[in-house]
Ligand binder design. Structure first.
Ligand code: CMP
Length: 140
């Protein structure tokens, strides 16, 4: 299995509850390595651009409001089959459907305040990583 990279966001509901370390430990325990990480306040423009694929969905406005409601931690994660590995440990988008032991089962408050974002494909991982990081900020 190839070592690949994925993009992760620790969302405002998690930073507000001081869960950055707990979420990161769960990612690391799942075999992912944090090769870049920064805490930042996303601008409305950044949030709308990042989630542009959802712009016609009814929850788009509230999703962007939420993503700028507090700091986030954007990360690049590396590991074997990183996109799938991360999605497995994240759990289902809606925490009500998330499996035991997943991040969203443990920590998420709602489908919106669901603690983490993770890329859904290698192609989107590359796009999302480049949206927030320069190559020089990623140290494997
Ligand atoms: P994320 O993986 O960051 O990608 C899009 C986000 O939209 C998703 O996680 C959810 O947090 C958020 N969202 C809010 N409402 C909904 C909804 N009804 N269905 C799907 N996603 C939603």
């Amino acid at each position: 299995m190839a070592v690949t990279r994925t993009f992760s966001i620790i969302k405002p509901d998690a930073t507000r509850r001081n869960l950055t370390g707990a979420v990161t430990k769960t990612l690391e325990d799942a075999g992912l390595r944090v090769v870049a990480s920064k805490r930042m306040q996303m601008t409305r423009e950044q949030a709308e651009g990042f989630y542009a694929v959802h712009k016609d969905r009814p929850f788009f406005g509230e999703l962007c409001d939420f993503m700028v409601s507090g700091p986030v931690v954007v990360q690049v994660l590396e590991g074997e089959d990183a996109v799938k590995r991360n999605r497995d440990i994240m759990g289902a988008t809606n925490p009500a459907d998330a499996a035991e032991g997943t991040i969203r089962k443990q920590f998420a408050e709602s489908i919106e305040a669901n603690t983490v974002h993770g890329s859904d494909s290698d192609e989107n991982a590359a796009i999302e990583i480049a949206y927030f990081f320069d190559d020089a900020e990623i140290v494997g």
